[in-house]
Design a protein around this ligand. Structure first.
Ligand SMILES: [Zn+2]
Length: 260
């Protein structure tokens, strides 16, 4: 094997294993007992989906009727892109009544999106807010590529929402360009959206401080089908949603010590 090819193979292997891509995780085999935390459930469902093992839960007529009569209690709010390749219920393998979904190109929270999130966390008691970006996002790409150019229709309003993330990445990573630049802005845009939601919503802040609300930010990989969970900004770190509950955590630790 030529040296160049070998290096390429190694890089692909490392990136595939989640090394060098922030706090990415390796593809662990799907366990049989689903996790108990809201984020754990999403992560679990996503692994099913990525492995082609969708279970399509809670789409039967009984569930539909029960929800209609008794009301909804979604366990997560997902603010994500309108991209047709990123449907939350499918990529997280969830059913009716599970997710309160807010979608807009570029997953940016303006007043109406914030109001939707507030309704879900305050009125429906949803305990988790996820902002989910995705690879190859057209809205982010348009922002990066439109610098200095005029965009048609109402697109300038959307691009203006993504621009703070773009400017931050430009300042911090001046050497990045093309695809690498877009991918970095996608990640930054998720964090900016979380911060925007936090800063513009006293209600969201209040619920988090009361211990009733946690947050997560992720990037969905269109090709792999997996979601990489990002490290949250400092202000939100105390309210980061756990992947595992306390019980699961201690049970796993116990199992690990028994094996060694
Ligand atoms: Zn998008």
């Amino acid at each position: 094997m030529a040296m160049k090819t070998l290096v390429k193979v190694l890089v692909v292997a490392l990136v595939g294993a989640g090394i060098g891509v922030g706090v990415g995780r390796m593809m662990a085999p799907v366990k049989e007992t689903p996790p108990t935390t809201p984020l754990g459930k999403l992560d679990w469902g996503n692994r099913h989906f990525a492995q082609g093992k969708l279970s399509h839960p809670r789409t039967d007529p009984e569930t539909r009727q029960k929800l209609a009569y008794e009301g909804q209690h979604p366990f997560a709010v997902v603010l994500t892109c309108a991209d047709s390749r990123v449907p939350p219920e499918i990529i997280f393998d969830q059913g009716l009544g599970d997710l309160f979904v807010v979608r807009v190109a570029g997953n940016v929270p303006d007043a109406l999106q914030i109001a939707s999130v507030e309704y879900a966390v305050e009125h429906l008691d949803a305990p988790l807010v996820v902002v989910l970006g995705h690879t190859q996002c057209g809205a982010v790409k348009a922002t990066v590529e439109s610098q200095g150019k005029h965009l048609p229709g109402s697109l300038p309003a959307l691009v203006a929402e993504i621009e703070p993330a773009y400017r931050k990445v430009r300042a911090n990573y001046p050497h990045l360009k093309d695809k690498a630049l877009v991918e970095r802005v996608i990640r930054q845009n998720v964090l900016e959206s979380l911060m925007k939601l936090w800063e513009r919503s006293p209600m969201v802040q209040h619920l988090a401080r009361e211990g009733k609300l946690t947050f997560a930010g992720g990037v969905y990989d269109l090709k792999e089908g997996t979601v990489e969970w990002l490290e949250l900004p400092e202000e939100l770190a105390p309210y980061a949603a756990p992947l595992k509950g306390e019980k699961e955590d201690s049970a796993e630790k116990k199992q690990a010590t028994e094996h060694h």
